[in-house]
Ligand binder design. Structure first.
Ligand code: KG4
Ligand code: ZN
Length: 347
């Protein structure tokens, strides 16, 4: 019997996280613990993540987070085979905090160190949760990311396209801000949209007239601002129904763009004749029911299976980093003390 137990650390944005993942032989990987210490309370009054505050909070909490992850998993460092850590991309102060903490543990406990690309962590999550077989198509949609990737192996990803400006989550958050709805914007816009008429306002479908899988969401935000201002100029304020219609129109445009670009990305992916075609979606925006339904329809049309990891594993966490580290370690992809923290690191 061959057991691999990996400790993972994540600190690239505003979640300090540590987790322990174990795999016995080729069996399904098990998440023994996944501790996430969020920082949204520290950044709330600034209207966004403040890098310096985030970095300090990570540095202060990582050790505690690691201790809790080990305790909850019921393992000691002596039973851990390697330490995996997000080495980028992300807010550099936070990434450095994580890498330094992981190096300290690796030196202290005499363990191998495995640097993980945060995006690879997200992209490998369907293997952790669903045992997805390579190659699968991945759509990452969150507040910070928006891209199509074909995952062919632990260190083998092809990017088919992505946003050329804002990520969809960012656009949802800005929409909420412009309409005076609470943050995070995604859930509040989705909620408001349920009562709205998506046809009342004509929102653009950016880049649909151009070939390829690239997307753009910043124009939608501008369109929303104009539509809102037109209503305000006309009526002197926004009613609940105006807000609902604006949200519904905006969301319908995002759904159309994501669905059509997914259709194109699936076309490119299917041309490679994958044995078990699968689209996996991850990121906070994957929580949106209308977006999921749009993607599921496209997949059903093209005979492709669809999966979305549970939400807690779609958003930032360390279990995905521990799992990506496990796959890398198994493949012999181990780092040494020269491992650098990278603010930018395309897959
Ligand atoms: O993955 P995530 O937790 O963090 C990163 O951005 O890395 O994603 C957060 C984003 C936020 O922009 C939030 O508004 C969006 O996901 N989001 C949603 C929904 N729930 C969260 N967007 C649309 N519809 C939702 N139901
Ligand atoms: Zn992320």
């Amino acid at each position: 019997m061959h057991t691999l137990t990996i400790l993972g650390l994540e600190s690239s944005c505003d979640d300090t996280a540590a987790a322990v993942v174990r795999q016995v032989n080729d069996g399904p990987p098990a998440i023994l613990s996944s501790i996430i210490m969020g920082q949204s309370n520290l950044h709330a009054s600034y209207g966004g993540v403040v890098p310096e505050i985030a970095a300090r909070a990570h540095a202060e909490r990582l050790d505690l987070c690691v201790i809790r992850a080990l305790e909850e998993a019921g393992v000691t460092l002596a039973e851990v085979d390697a330490v995996a850590v997000t080495a980028g991309p992300g807010l550099i102060g936070g990434v450095i905090s994580g890498v330094m903490c992981a190096k300290g543990i690796a030196i202290g406990a005499g363990l191998p160190l495995v640097g993980v690309n945060h995006l690879a962590g997200h992209a490998l999550t369907p293997r952790l949760t669903d045992g997805a077989h390579y190659p699968y198509l991945m759509l990452l949609v969150s507040g910070g990311h928006c891209q199509f990737l074909i995952a062919r192996g632990v260190d083998d990803f092809s990017r088919l396209g992505g946003t050329i400006d804002d990520a969809p989550g960012e656009a949802f958050d800005k929409t909420a801000r412009l309409l005076g709805l609470p943050q995070p914007g995604g859930p509040s816009v989705e909620q408001a949209a349920t009562a709205g008429d998506p046809r009342r306002f004509a929102f653009p479908r950016p880049l649909l007239d151009r070939p390829g899988c690239d997307m753009s969401f910043s124009g939608l935000k501008t369109a929303l601002l104009r539509a809102r201002d037109a209503v305000m100029a006309d009526k002197g304020g926004l009613t609940r129904a105006d807000r609902a219609d604006l949200c519904a129109g905006f969301q319908a445009a995002v759904v159309d763009v994501l669905a059509e670009k997914t259709r194109r990305a699936l076309g490119l992916y299917l041309a490679e004749d994958p044995a078990q075609p699968l689209l996996a979606v991850a990121g906070g925006v994957a929580a949106n029911t209308a977006i999921r339904a749009g993607l599921e329809t496209v997949c059903a049309d093209l005979g492709v299976a669809f999966t979305a990891p549970p939400l807690a594993l779609c958003t930032d966490n360390a279990a995905m980093i521990a799992y990506a580290g496990l796959e890398r370690f198994r493949a012999g992809l181990v780092d040494d003390m020269t491992l650098a923290a990278r603010p930018r690191w395309p897959l």
